[in-house]
Design a binder for this molecule. Sequence first.
Ligand code: SF4
Length: 384
Amino acid sequence: MHPSLSLYLHIPFCRHRCAYCDFNTYTGLSDLQTAYAEALSAEIRQVSGTVRRPVHTIFFGGGTPSLMSPADMQTILSTVYERFDVAANAEVSMEANPNTITRPYLDAMRALGINRLSFGVQSVVPSELALLERQHDFQTVVDAVATARAAGFDNFNIDLIYGVPGQTLTSWQQSVEAILDFRPKHFSLYCLTIEEGTPMARWLHTGTMPAPDPDLAADQFELARNLLGAAGYDHYEISNWSQPGYECQHNLTYWRNGDYLGLGAGAHGHADGIRYAVVRQPRSYIKRIAAGGGNYPLSSAVAQSTVLDRESKISDTVITQLRLLNEGLDNTLFEAQFAVSPREAFGETLLELLDWGLLQERDNRLLLTKKGEFLSNQVFYRLL
Ligand code: SF4
């Protein structure tokens, strides 16, 4: 009996590179898209072999997946359906930029089985969108949401970013409330991190952009938590809120430390006790797949893989499951898997985190407290 898998498919193409972005994505490579879709299909065939494993979620991330033509998406998805046993109620998500979609495009995506969209909105405030170098304005978002609903996509997520230099508590509230008016099924709220090598890091180092203010970011997180809580959203993961029953099933696989295949340039996967990463550059990826080989779960384009030892499995289990604010870490399951309790595994450190009010124990589970949610990176750092 094979465990049910999640599939992550990476689409590494964007029209423009946003100022904060350090994802594995490329501009000016649109002529590669069809060859890339064919390579993804070939990679799916390599890792699936002759076994039709069950799959319960499929996620197209990027990059900008909504730049892929319906024909290229069909090439990829028809191979997925042919080589995996995809559940009838599988969640099939696609990230989309609001300025890339049209009604005929979304009709085509629905016909291919996509049933959930994730819109990268980030802010509704023009000056913040300009600083982030996003290519849409708020009206484009209004139109995209209306188009999505008209095409039958009631289930969509909206991403917003806080901690942006120049963003105030008031302007952040404006973004959250404007998006709340759409009543999306799901919200992902991320704190801006300025990564080396991005234009924003350069602006920061040259003093042309002020540094983000972590105290203000903490207040923004708190404000959003209150606004979304009052609007009936369940804060089920550190950065994610949903209407009841609309948690992102795909990401739950990550947070429950389940098995998922990462396919496409720069994708990461975790299956059969192995973590791996696929080669990042799309041209190298296409070449490596064309060379053939590969076997579940590693295709011929895998650049790096690690067989997880017991310590890594313990760390992965803790840092993924504590992210889930309702479920947390189940002490009994942890002990069944590792033959020690979390208290035995983490000793004094765990007692300190409980004592400082960053962790709590409830119903034989370890959970982050409200205070621990915003300081989760420090909690994980101490536990590791
Ligand atoms: S659209 Fe997304 S993936 Fe593309 S450059 Fe902007 S942030 Fe990066």
